[in-house]
Write a protein that binds this ligand. Structure first.
Ligand SMILES: *[C@@H]1O[C@H](CO)[C@@H](O)[C@H](O)[C@H]1NC(C)=O
Ligand SMILES: *[C@@H]1O[C@H](CO)[C@@H](O)[C@H](O)[C@H]1NC(C)=O
Ligand SMILES: *[C@@H]1O[C@H](CO)[C@@H](O)[C@H](O)[C@H]1NC(C)=O
Ligand SMILES: *[C@@H]1O[C@H](CO)[C@@H](O)[C@H](O)[C@H]1NC(C)=O
Ligand SMILES: [Cu+2]
Length: 680
C-alpha cells in the first residue's frame, strides 16, 4: 500500500507552504478574476452587463444574445502596445462584438466599452445563422414532452414519459433555397442509468422552429427497441463489484511552488510568456506567445494568436433519421459556450491552478463558469538523453527530464467531451493535444448479434440493439505564427528519391531534401501523407549565425482526409477539411474556417472560398491552418463510455535557435519525502 492519506497530507504540509492539501473532494484554489490588464483579456462580468445595457437601450424587447465577445484590437495597434515598455492601455480601444437576433433579424453590433457607444449596427442578410443559445436549446428539448402526438408515440412504445430526455441537433443544409432557424429534437430514455445518448428512441422525427419555439414537423416512422439501460451506467458510485484493475495513486508535490506566474490572464513560465483568453465561440485562445532566448538575451515572438476555428463532425448514415447529422461544434454550438467546469484532481493534477470564465446567456447576462480551464506543470517525460558506451573504460550518461506547462480545457458538446491541451516546452516546442471521450451516438436497431446483420448498418454493433454510427471529427486550428516578426514565409521541403545511374556509388538510390518557398495560397494547400515533405513557417529576413532561416516546423497529427464528395452538401460547408494544411495572408476578418454564420451555412464563407483569391503568402504576415482529423469506427470498448482517444501535433523550432535550447537547462531538483516509515 502507498502512503496513508494522513501521512501524505502531513508531508504536503511540511514541504509545501504553497499548496493546499488536496483531496479529491476539496475544491482547488481559484484564481481571482481581476480587472483587465491586457488588451486581449476576456470580457469581464461588468463588461458583459454593460454590453447588455447598451444593446437593450437601443432594442429593449425581443433581443436574444447569440454571441458576445471581445473584438480584438487591430494587430498593428496590439503589437505596438506589446512592444512598448510602459504597456499603457489608455490608447487601446476596448471593443465588443455582439451578435443578437431581434425579431428574426440578425444584428452585428460593435460597441465601444469605454464610451459605451454603439459604433456600428449591421443586419446580416446572407445565409446561415449564428451560434445557438443554450437557453433556446433548453426550451426546445422540453417541447416534445408537452406535444400530444409525441406523448402518444411514447405510450405506443410502452415507455414512461417521465423517463424521456430530449436533445437538440442542428439541421444542416441540403440544397434548400429557403431556410428558417430550426432544430431537430431527438429523445432518449433515462431510466436508472444516466447514459441517455446510448438509449435513443429511434424512428421519430421532430423539427422545431426555434424563433416561434414550436414543433413544425412530426413523424413517427418506425418503432425500434430502445437499447436496455443495463450495463450503460458510468457513474463510479453506481458500479457494482468486481472492481478493477487497481490503480495506485501518486502524490505530486512542488516544494518550491508552481514554476509559473499568472497575472490576470498573462502567464509566464520557464522561457515562455503568453496570454490566455477564452471566447464563447473558440474556447481557449493563446496569444502573444514568446520565448526568451538565452543566447540572444531577448524575448522572441512565436505565436500571435492560436485557437480552434471549427470542429466538423459528419455522421455517415444517409437514412432520414441520420443524414443531417453533420455538426459544426464551434460555429453551431459554441466551443467556448460548451466548455465545462473542470474537476480538481481528476481533469487536472492536484497542483493545477484554475481560472474561471464569464460567458453570457440569451438575455445577455453574464454567467460564471468556474474552473473553466487549468494550468499545470507536467512531469515525467525526457527532454533529451544520451548514454555514451563508445569510450573505453568509461560510461557517460546524461539525461535531462522534461517539464512542460499545460493549459487544459474540456469542451462538452452534447455526447462528446473534447479535452483540449496547449503544452509549452522549454525546448520551444508547442504541442497541441486533442483527446476525445464521452458517449457514442447510438442508433437503435432490432439486432442483438452480428449474425443478424443483413444489410449495411452504417456503424458497428457495440452492444445489443446499439449501432455506434461511423463518423469523423475534424478540428481546424487557426495558428497565426509570427516567427521573430510578422513577415514570414511557408517553406515546403520535399524529400525526393535520386537514382544513381553513373556508377558513382554502390547504392542505387538515396534521398535529398528540396526546399521551396510557396508563393501563394493554392500552392500551400497540402494533403499530408501523399508524398514526404517537411512544412515550416520561417522568417526569411532572419537567419541563424550559419545562415539558416529561422522557423517553426509543423509536425502534424496523423492525417485524415475527407471521404465525402466535394460537392456533397456537408462537405461544401466543411470544405476547410479538403486539405490538412492551408496558409493564408493574415486578414482580421478571416477567423472562422467554416464561416461566421455556420448554422445552415451554404459554404459561401469558408477557408476554401477565401483562398480562391490565391493571394500571395511570401514574406507576408501569414496564418497557418491545420486540420486534425479522426475517422471514427466505433468499437465495443467505446461503450458505454469511451476511454480517451488522443492525438496531437507539434510546432517545433527549426533553426530558430543556434543549438538545442535546453542544453543548459538543468533537470529539476529531486525532492525526497521526509522520513516516512518504509511501506509496501
Ligand atoms: C414512471 O416513472 C415515474 C417516475 O419515475 C414512476 O413514479 C412511475 O411509477 C412510472 N410509471 C411506470 C408505468 O413505470
Ligand atoms: C581499460 O581497463 C582495463 C582493465 O582495468 C585496462 O587493462 C585497460 O588498459 C584500460 N583501457 C584503457 C584504454 O584505458
Ligand atoms: C503559385 O505559386 C506556385 C509556387 O509556389 C507557382 O508555381 C504558381 O505559378 C503560382 N500561381 C500563381 C497563379 O501565381
Ligand atoms: C479579408 O477577408 C474578408 C472576408 O473573407 C474579405 O471580404 C476581404 O476582402 C479580405 N481582405 C483582403 C485584403 O483580402
Ligand atoms: Cu467519435
Amino acid at each position: 500500500m502507498a502512503f496513508s492519506i494522513r501521512m501524505l497530507l502531513l508531508a504536503l504540509a511540511i514541504l509545501s507552504p504553497h499548496l493546499q492539501a488536496a483531496s479529491s473532494a476539496s475544491p482547488a484554489p481559484l484564481h481571482p478574476i481581476v480587472p483587465t490588464q491586457h488588451p486581449l483579456d476576456p470580457l469581464t462580468k461588468q463588461e458583459i452587463t454593460l454590453i447588455r445595457t447598451v444593446v437593450l437601450n437601443k432594442y429593449p424587447s425581443g433581443t436574444a444574445f447569440h454571441y458576445v465577445g471581445l473584438d480584438d484590437p487591430d494587430k498593428t495597434t496590439l503589437l505596438k502596445w506589446a512592444s512598448s515598455p510602459n504597456k499603457n492601455l489608455v490608447h487601446i480601444p476596448r471593443l465588443a462584438f455582439v451578435i443578437v437576433i431581434i425579431k428574426s433579424q440578425i444584428h452585428e453590433i460593435l460597441i465601444n466599452l469605454k464610451t459605451r457607444q454603439i459604433l456600428s449596427d449591421n443586419v446580416h442578410t446572407g445565409n446561415g445563422f449564428p451560434t445557438l443559445t443554450v437557453d433556446e436549446q433548453s426550451e426546445a428539448i422540453l417541447l416534445p414532452l408537452k406535444y400530444g402526438p409525441f406523448i402518444e408515440s411514447v405510450k405506443k412504445r410502452g415507455l414512461n414519459l417521465s423517463d424521456v430526455v430530449c436533445s437538440t441537433f442542428t439541421v444542416g443544409w441540403y440544397g434548400e433555397t429557403k431556410s428558417i432557424r430550426a432544430l431537430r429534437v431527438e429523445c432518449f430514455m433515462m431510466g436508472e442509468a444516466a447514459n441517455i445518448y446510448v438509449r435513443p428512441i429511434n424512428g421519430i422525427l421532430i423539427l422545431v422552429d426555434i424563433d416561434k419555439m414550436q414543433i413544425i414537423q412530426y413523424q413517427d416512422r418506425s418503432v425500434e427497441p430502445v437499447p436496455k439501460a443495463e450495463n450503460t451506467e458510468y457513474r463510479a458510485d453506481h458500479q457494482k463489484p468486481p472492481f478493477g484493475p487497481k490503480l495506485h495513486g501518486i502524490a505530486t508535490i512542488q516544494p518550491e511552488g508552481p514554476g509559473f506566474k499568472i497575472q490576470g490572464h498573462s502567464v509566464s513560465w520557464a522561457n515562455w510568456k503568453f496570454h490566455v483568453e477564452y471566447d464563447v465561440r473558440a474556447g481557449v485562445v493563446i496569444s502573444l506567445a514568446s520565448l526568451y532566448d538565452l543566447d540572444k538575451h531577448k524575448s522572441r515572438r512565436v505565436l500571435y494568436r492560436g485557437y480552434i476555428s471549427e470542429l466538423f463532425v459528419p455522421y455517415q448514415d444517409p437514412s432520414d433519421e441520420w443524414y443531417y447529422k453533420t455538426f459544426f461544434d464551434a460555429g453551431e454550438f459554441g466551443f467556448g459556450q460548451s466548455m465545462v467546469s473542470l474537476e480538481a484532481n481528476r481533469d487536472c493534477p492536484p497542483h493545477a491552478q484554475f481560472m474561471d470564465a464569464y460567458l453570457h446567456d440569451r438575455d445577455g447576462n453574464p454567467s460564471l463558469l468556474q474552473n473553466a480551464f487549468c494550468i499545470f506543470e507536467k512531469h515525467g517525460e525526457i527532454s533529451w538523453r544520451h548514454t555514451e558506451t563508445g569510450i573505453p573504460n568509461q560510461t557517460i550518461r546524461e539525461v535531462r527530464s522534461d517539464v512542460s506547462l499545460v493549459v487544459r480545457s474540456v469542451v462538452t458538446v452534447g455526447n462528446y467531451d473534447n479535452v483540449m491541451d496547449w503544452e509549452f516546452k522549454p525546448s520551444g516546442s508547442l504541442k497541441l493535444g486533442i483527446a476525445l471521450s464521452g458517449m457514442l451516438e447510438i442508433k437503435a436497431v432490432d439486432i442483438k448479434h452480428n449474425d443478424e446483420i443483413k444489410e449495411e448498418q452504417h456503424g458497428i454493433l457495440v452492444s445489443e440493439n446499439s449501432i455506434g454510427v461511423y463518423h469523423d471529427h475534424y478540428y481546424i486550428y487557426h495558428l497565426d505564427l509570427d516567427i521573430d516578426g510578422e513577415e514570414n514565409s511557408f517553406v515546403k521541403t520535399d524529400l525526393k528519391t535520386v537514382k544513381v545511374t553513373d556508377g558513382s556509388s554502390k547504392r542505387k538510390s538515396y534521398w535529398i531534401a528540396e526546399a521551396q518557398t510557396l508563393k501563394n495560397e493554392s500552392a500551400a494547400m497540402i494533403r499530408l501523407g501523399v508524398s514526404p515533405s517537411e512544412l515550416a513557417i520561417v522568417n526569411p529576413n532572419k537567419k541563424t549565425s550559419i545562415g539558416n532561416e529561422v522557423g517553426y516546423r509543423l509536425i502534424p497529427a496523423m492525417p485524415a482526409h475527407p471521404l465525402l464528395f466535394e460537392d456533397d452538401y456537408p462537405q461544401i460547408r466543411g470544405a476547410f477539411t479538403n486539405y490538412n494544411v492551408w496558409v493564408t495572408p493574415y486578414n482580421r476578418s478571416e477567423k472562422w474556417a467554416g464561416g461566421r454564420y455556420v448554422d445552415q451555412s451554404r459554404g459561401e464563407d469558408t477557408l476554401a472560398v477565401w483562398t480562391k483569391k490565391n493571394r500571395n503568402i511570401e514574406n507576408k504576415d501569414i496564418v497557418l491552418w491545420h486540420v486534425v482529423g479522426i475517422h471514427h469506427v466505433p468499437a465495443q470498448e467505446d461503450f458505454p463510455i469511451m476511454p480517451l482517444l488522443s492525438t496531437s501535433f507539434e510546432l517545433r523550432p527549426t533553426n530558430f535557435f543556434e543549438r538545442n535550447a535546453v542544453l543548459k537547462t538543468p533537470s529539476p531538483k529531486t525532492w525526497k519525502w521526509p522520513a516516512c516509515p518504509k511501506q509496501n
